[in-house]
Design a protein around this ligand. Structure first.
Ligand SMILES: [Fe+2]
Length: 344
């Protein structure tokens, strides 16, 4: 996620919410709460307005404050559609009773079953894989870890970079390992990985990749789009970072690589439900999939959508088919495991 101050577009809050709700409920308008802010947004939303005549009012904010705002507004909320990154966050919104189930044949057909809520309360619209990077000068492709489990090997002592346990991407990853390997093995794995770290965890995913490129460690774990954004960067120094690291899609010989989503859902009290469903269905159209995924160099969820050359250069890979709700619900347990392991 890019850090950004709270920005409110087109909607007033506090006392203004009631006015907004009344005037927007007439149709032709959609109120979107989004935790994604990218340079393809204007094309993504403008195209929807062109196709449907429905104007989008956006509230852009960081994911957790956005969900808190939705909760605080209760049944007076003008929110029609919520978009967040990471299944853990949108699942939390579902557990808080802030979302509603959507019965759409279009969405059920387009979004693979493991990337949507089993009760259709949320849907993945783009996906990111959490993968392993290695310094190509220090590690050969043959020697690089092949699985998440390999990160626990003593040969990587003092050589791994990964961001703090408090970050939801790691909670979802460890949640998926917990589902695959069980509590006892995941506990031992987390202890070993915490013991293999090159330094106390700090920074975001890009910092881990840069650390490995700079030779501060040999191995990093990060989401694919951070790497692809470096590949696509206008800054030569970013592209140099990307050139120094190799990519491993873990667990190709067994369950597949952990994949997370940017998800969308219809809010429980959506004043414009019909427009909201229409918008989610629009998001699985090929053109919208390109805008939505490419804005952050993520993979589209819909099969057959054209990829950017940089994304295409990653090749195809086997995905863990574990339903995103399962690893999302494992977030809290995963954090406890990492805490006990001394993973800061
Ligand atoms: Fe991110």
């Amino acid at each position: 996620m890019k850090r950004r101050a709270l920005v409110t577009t087109g909607l007033a809050f506090g006392a203004g919410v009631f006015i907004a709700r009344r005037s927007y409920a007439q149709g032709g308008t959609l109120n979107l709460y989004s935790a994604r802010h990218y340079n393809t947004d204007e094309a993504l939303y403008g195209n929807f307005a062109d196709l449907t005549g429905i104007k989008i009012n956006r509230v852009d904010a960081e994911p957790d404050p956005l969900v808190q705002r939705l909760k605080a507004e209760g049944d007076k909320s003008p929110c029609d559609v919520l978009i967040t990154t990471d299944a853990g966050r949108i699942e939390r919104a579902r557990e808080m009773g802030l979302l509603q189930s959507v019965n759409s044949a279009v969405l059920a057909k387009a979004v693979p079953a493991h990337l949507r809520d089993p009760d259709n309360s949320w849907f993945g619209f783009s996906k990111r894989a959490r993968v392993i990077f290695y310094n190509k000068e220090k590690v050969t492709a043959a020697d690089a870890p092949k699985t998440y489990e390999d990160l626990a090997d003593a040969k990587w002592k003092g050589k791994i970079l990964i961001r703090p346990s408090g970050h939801i991407y790691n909670q979802s990853l460890v949640g998926s390992i917990l589902a695959a390997d069980g509590l006892e093995k995941t506990e031992a794995w987390a202890k070993a990985v915490a013991g293999n770290l090159a330094r106390p965890p700090r920074g975001g995913d890009t910092d881990q990749i840069k650390g490995v490129a700079a030779g501060q460690a040999e191995i990093a774990v990060a989401n694919t789009y951070y790497y692809v954004n470096l590949l696509r960067s206008k800054k030569p120094e970013d592209r140099e970072v990307a050139a120094k690291v190799g990519v491993v899609f873990p667990n190709q010989a067994n369950r597949g690589t952990h994949v997370n989503i940017s998800g969308g859902a219809v809010a429980k009290h959506a004043p414009n439900k019909e427009a909201a469903v229409k918008f989610l269905e629009y998001l699985v159209s090929p053109q919208a999939q390109r805008y939505f995924a490419e804005g952050n160099s993520e993979f589209p969820v819909v099969a057959g959508v054209e990829l950017s050359p940089e994304l295409k250069s990653l090749g195809t890979f086997k995905e863990d088919q574990l339903n995103a709700r399962v690893f999302a619900q494992n977030n809290a347990e995963a954090l406890k495991i990492m805490d006990r392991a001394g993973w800061k």
